[in-house]
Write a protein that binds this ligand. Structure first.
Ligand SMILES: Cc1cc2nc3c(=O)[nH]c(=O)nc-3n(C[C@H](O)[C@H](O)[C@H](O)COP(=O)(O)OP(=O)(O)OC[C@H]3O[C@@H](n4cnc5c(N)ncnc54)[C@H](O)[C@@H]3O)c2cc1C
Length: 181
């Protein structure tokens, strides 16, 4: 293992491998990722893998939209679509407001009637169903496969990925730069 690098990432979960992937794509391949166990052995192996673009802030929606399109390009995503239900008139109004924000950033999303929601998902109860929003490009991925695939791509781009390597401390210079790990 090299003893100096421009970037050291601690943790081989979905966050660590994503940061490494994006830095490597920018050309920052002098990068080491350290994982104390195996890749995706933390919380990322427990996730259900449901991914939505929906959020209350436009910034978060943009992040999520980008992530879904990236996973899709990498062949890791299944666009099964999602429904978000309104069980009161107030909730429906709130969803309508969010849909305007989502459409403003180019998200494919629509408000649908209770009948349309029941057609998409017949298991729903029609009781107190006022409508729903339907996001066709939301969906599902396998968290383990996604995390390990991205770690493999990071290696293929020339970065070092070390498993079974626990970081036990970080030493800083007086200026706050990382000098040892
Ligand atoms: C039951 C469950 C269901 C979920 N379902 C969803 C879902 O459907 N959709 C969704 O978007 N999110 C879901 N989540 C949330 C999602 O799993 C987490 O947001 C995500 O996995 C966090 O990733 P992470 O990389 O931050 O953490 P982790 O995957 O935990 O990665 C951190 C890594 O750091 C390593 N590490 C820690 N300390 C050190 C050290 N000192 N040295 C070296 N390595 C170290 C750990 O071993 C670990 O592998 C779910 C979570 C759970 C628990």
């Amino acid at each position: 293992m090299k003893d100096q690098a421009r970037v050291v990432i601690i943790g081989g979960g979905i966050f660590g491998v994503n940061i490494a992937y994006h830095l490597a794509k920018m050309g920052w391949t002098d990068l080491v990722l350290l994982e104390k166990g195996e890749i995706a052995s933390g919380e990322s192996s427990h996730a259900a893998g449901l991914v939505t673009q929906f959020a209350t802030s436009q910034t978060l929606m943009q992040f999520r939209k980008y992530s879904i399109e990236l996973y899709s390009e990498l062949g890791l995503f299944d666009h099964v679509g999602s429904l978000r239900l309104a069980s009161s008139k107030e909730q429906l109004r709130e969803l309508q407001r969010s849909v305007s924000r989502a459409k403003a950033i180019g998200m494919a999303v629509e408000i649908i009637s209770p009948e349309e929601a029941l057609r998409i998902m017949p298991q729903l109860s029609p009781k107190d169903l006022y409508g729903a929003i339907y996001i066709p490009r939301d969906g599902h991925l396998d968290p383990y496969t996604t995390t390990t695939s991205m770690a493999r791509m990071v290696r293929e781009m020339g970065c070092e990925v070390h498993t079974c390597t626990r970081v036990t401390g970080i030493k800083l210079s007086p200026k706050g730069e990382v000098t040892e790990w």
